[in-house]
Design a protein around this ligand. Structure first.
Ligand code: 0A1
Ligand code: ZN
Length: 885
């Protein structure tokens, strides 16, 4: 291991920095293998520091130190400082006045395959500094509560690096001998170093502008490699939409005169909100109707929004320390979710977000790495960019929104911005602002920040015909998680509606509410381990619609008859619960079939689901995307989440059995829907066309299971004639997951057609890796040897290794353990190249206790093998050791 005893960092150990950096002047002489960095820091002792130690400790990793000069004339020698593998300790510095430290060092971007700090992507140089990457550029106080002003000069060859970018405004530029040039950038806003960025390379750009609500004109630029210039229009429109939305909904205007986005092909995550200079994974910028699917288009708008919204929630107000990560991420995810909901379909967006939360975050919360949205401890902060911090964090913000209402939430956010602009703050500061603006007591609510695990609500109802009341008894209980055996009850909103037998709304009249205060729905405030709520004036027993809109991130246990679920699928006026009823209906039927499979009983699909789906199809639908979600079955991963011991084979067989039954019995309906909605149109990103594609492609997926010649022909035709990637991929997926005679031919045609488009080739890899065809594992092994595969490109790794291990439970969990051994081999290789990506690829192994004994032993053996890897990174060490604990 690199660090024999990796250190754990604790939230409770937080102390203010001993020194402050007021300004930093950076000077880069750029070269692929040998970049020279000169950093001139103006510092002073922090008057708030209580430390008795006067040494100045700067963080730095993988740096070749050339010189350290104090106050411009005093060159320090190794007697004055100590260099360790991760720091530079200067023994004595002035205590009572500002001082200047000039540090020169060399870095090697080409050798940087971890993609943290300054690195090379194709021939472009770019940076990624969050969370602690700046220390791989130069020695610094690399922590978010140190916020200097940055000035940056970039010097480089004019041909290799015609474009030289950094944060803020360009203030000067000039020519140098030897075909070189320089540019100086100044960022007027103080910021932590994790928001620093530089980009240098042969880039082209599209330009536009946005006029803010106060009338300022902002220049907008998107930089890409030349061949991608025709794929930037949607990203640019998305940026303008986001800027407008933040003004309308939060009253927030952009602050600099320039907003730049750069798309890079090698990136560990989705995108990064560096001040004035966002760096994006190409996946979340580039789109042309023939190369990107509707879902890509939607994600691009969402991620562009997310990074833009960070300008206020993250940059103007940042985190005091990395334990507060959810302060910026939870809030910003909530903001981007609402943005996308407003831009597309609120109902669909909510369902997609909840699906993601329940399949992936719930698994995290139930596993060995469970942590609260504000963790208490970490070894490697990069391991905490999790679904919990992001998605559950957003749910916590959403609950505050539900509790105080839209207007109250806006008052709270206004107060938060007013109080903390320019500061590095904590999650508590956010909750305090919401509380102060709304006269609400959030004391108990704060537990959501400290307690891990998914609470389980149990609901019991009793109707009293004589008293005409419905009594709800709700209990809450949160399972133990690592380090937290016992949990306190939490404060959460539970939104409830009541429906009469004829489908009409029954007014909710809570016993304690004043007369006349009846509503179509009510928000119950849950605060105790067990609570009772009484609804009055109910002449008949209503059907309960509870946890509407998924008003709290919990698991709900409630006995429901299939008839009741089918009724809600037809009648619930809450779009989320209506869909949820269908999911539960299908889930219960599939669970029954799983039990039949495990007990060797004959299989038969309960016809109630056929009738219910038929009724859904017979209704008329404006929102075709929502309609198609109502016809979708819960995923294998979600079904696995519901089982005590996951049985991947039974889940797959049972789910496919229901899909086939629906396809057989509703084939006429599916065929009509397909034909009615099929157009050979180029992909326009408008909701009507998106909805048509979505419903027809789900019908095609059902019909593909029938293996009929007619459907094989339809899919082949759609594949050949498609003018947009949504239709082409959907047809190819049907072909690849069946015994279509042209399967290999279509795959090879697709490759030929798209070999120069990296993001499309990612789809080609992912589709084959997630196929349920029997030859999938052999295919995956062969694809690892394909010339287009590259372990150094995170998008490729995610599309092949990630898709196989995380989106193909059937084959990844093959009983002979070949999938586990394969993944462990790749993680060991990635550990040296890119620890962050290696650690993320571990997620398929961390849930090992959910499987049968045989699989448990096989996975555990692989985790143990990974643990003994020479030079195991902190990232991988933390995840593996916690998984085995
Ligand atoms: N703050 C970014 C996410 C991000 C985090 C870490 C990264 O590199 C290690 C890159 C990006 C966001 O939330 O979009
Ligand atoms: Zn973010």
């Amino acid at each position: 291991m690199r660090d024999a005893n990796p250190q754990t960092i604790y939230l409770n150990d937080y102390t203010v920095p001993d020194y402050l950096i007021h300004s930093v002047d950076l000077n880069f002489t750029l070269a692929e293998e040998n970049t020279k960095v000169i950093s001139r820091l103006t510092l002073s002792r922090n008057p708030a520091s209580k430390s008795g130690d006067t040494a100045l400790v700067l963080a730095g990793e993988n740096l070749t130190l050339i010189s350290v000069i104090l106050n411009d004339d005093n060159e320090l020698t190794d007697q004055h400082y100590l260099q360790t593998p991760d720091s530079l300790i200067i023994h004595e510095v002035p205590q009572h006045r500002n001082f200047v430290l000039t540090i020169e060092n060399i870095i090697n971007p080409k050798a940087n395959t971890a993609l943290e700090g300054l690195y090379l992507s194709n021939s472009m140089l770019c940076t990624q500094c969050e969370a602690e990457g700046f220390r791989k550029i130069t020695y610094f106080l690399d922590r978010p509560d140190v916020m200097p002003q940055f000035t940056t000069t970039l010097i480089g060859d004019k041909d290799r690096y015609p474009v030289l970018l950094s944060n803020g405004n360009k203030i000067a530029q000039g020519e140098l001998p030897d075909n070189r040039h320089w540019v100086t950038w100044e960022d007027p806003f103080n910021k932590p170093c994790y928001l620093f960025a530089l980009v240098a390379g042969q880039l082209d750009c599209i330009e536009d502008s946005f006029i803010t609500q106060s009338g300022r004109t902002i220049s907008l630029q998107i930089f890409v490699e030349k061949q991608d210039l025709d794929k930037c229009a949607h990203a640019m429109q998305s940026l303008k939409n986001a800027m407008h939305w933040d003004e309308q909904v939060y009253g927030r205007e952009y602050d600099l005169d320039l907003y730049m986005i750069v798309a890079v092909g090698h990136f560990n995550m989705g995108a990064m909100e560096n001040k004035g200079l966002n760096v994006f994974n190409t996946k979340f910028v580039l789109a042309r109707p023939d190369t990107a699917t509707d879902s890509d288009y939607e994600h691009i708008e969402g991620v562009i929004g997310h990074e833009y919204f960070h300008n206020w929630t993250g940059n103007r107000i940042t985190c005091r320390d990395w334990f507060q990560l959810s302060l910026k991420e939870g809030f910003t995810v909530f903001r981007d979710q609402e943005f996308t909901g407003d831009r597309t379909s609120k109902a669909v967006k909510r369902i997609e977000d909840v699906n993601n939360l329940r399949t992936r975050q719930f698994a995290e919360d139930a596993g060995p790495l469970a942590h609260p949205i504000r963790p208490h401890a970490y070894i490697e902060i990069n391991n905490f960019y999790t679904l919990t911090v992001y998605e559950k964090g957003a749910e916590v913000v959403r609950m505050i929104h539900t509790l105080v209402g839209a207007e109250g939430f806006r008052k709270g956010s206004d107060l938060y911005f007013e109080r903390h602009d320019g500061q590095a703050v904590t999650c508590d500061d956010f909750v305090n602002a919401m509380e102060a603006a709304n006269a609400i007591d959030l004391t108990q609510f704060r537990l959501w920040y400290a307690q891990a695990g998914t609470p389980v609500l149990t609901v019991q109802q009793a109707y009293d015909a004589e008293a005409q009341t419905l009594t709800l008894t709700i209990t809450q209980q949160c399972p133990p998680t690592p380090g937290q055996a016992v949990k306190e009850p939490m404060h959460m909103p539970v939104t409830v509606g009541l429906i009469n037998k004829d489908g009409s709304i029954a007014p909710c009249k809570l016993q304690d509410l004043e007369r006349g205060n009846e509503r179509d729905e009510v928000i119950l405030q849950l605060t105790q381990a067990e609570q009772t709520f009484i609804f009055e004036d109910l002449k008949e027993q209503p059907v309960l619609s509870i946890l509407r809109g998924f008003s709290a991130p919990v698991k709900l246990i409630m006995e429901r008859r299939l008839e009741e679920l089918a009724f809600l699928l037809s009648h619930d006026s809450d779009t989320f619960n209506r869909w949820e009823a269908g999911q539960q209906l299908a889930g219960q039927i599939i669970a029954g079939l799983i039990a039949d499979i495990q007990n060797n009983r004959p299989l038969q699909v309960n016809p109630i689901i056929i009738t219910a789906f038929k009724q859904v199809i017979e209704q008329s639908w404006d929102d075709l995307s929502y309609f198609s979600l109502l016809l979708s079955l819960p995923s294998e991963t979600y079904l696995a989440e519901q089982m005590q011991v996951v049985d991947v084979e039974a889940i797959h067989t049972a789910r496919e059995f229901v899909l086939l039954a629906l396809a057989e019995q509703l084939q006429e309906q599916f065929k009509t829907l397909y034909q009615d909605n099929h157009r050979e149109e180029s992909g326009v990103f408008d909701s009507g066309a998106i909805g048509r594609r979505r419903i027809k492609n789900i019908c095609l997926a059902y019909l593909g299971r029938l293996e009929q010649a007619q459907i094989q022909q339809w899919s082949q035709q759609q594949f050949d004639a498609a003018k947009n990637m949504t239709d082409q991929m959907a047809a190819l997926a049907v072909i690849v997951n069946s015994s279509h005679p042209a399967r290999q031919q279509c795959l090879s045609n697709f490759y030929q057609q798209w070999q120069t488009e990296a993001l499309v080739i990612d789809k080609w890899f992912a589709l084959q890796a997630s196929s349920h065809n029997p030859d999938t594992f052999t295919t995956v092994q062969a694809l690892m040897q394909h010339p287009a595969f590259d372990l150094k490109n995170p998008n490729r790794v995610r599309s092949l290794i990630g898709a196989f291990s995380q989106a193909n439970p059937l084959h990844f969990h093959a009983a002979n353990g070949q999938g586990y051994q394969f993944l462990a081999d790749q993680i060991i290789a990635l550990n040296t190249l890119n620890p962050q990506v290696a650690s993320r690829m571990l997620s398929a192994l961390t849930t090992w206790r959910r499987y049968d004994q045989g699989r448990q032993a096989l996975i555990k053996a692989q985790l143990e093998r990974i643990m003994t890897t020479e030079d195991v990174s902190k990232d991988v060490y933390e995840v593996v050791s916690k998984s085995l604990a």
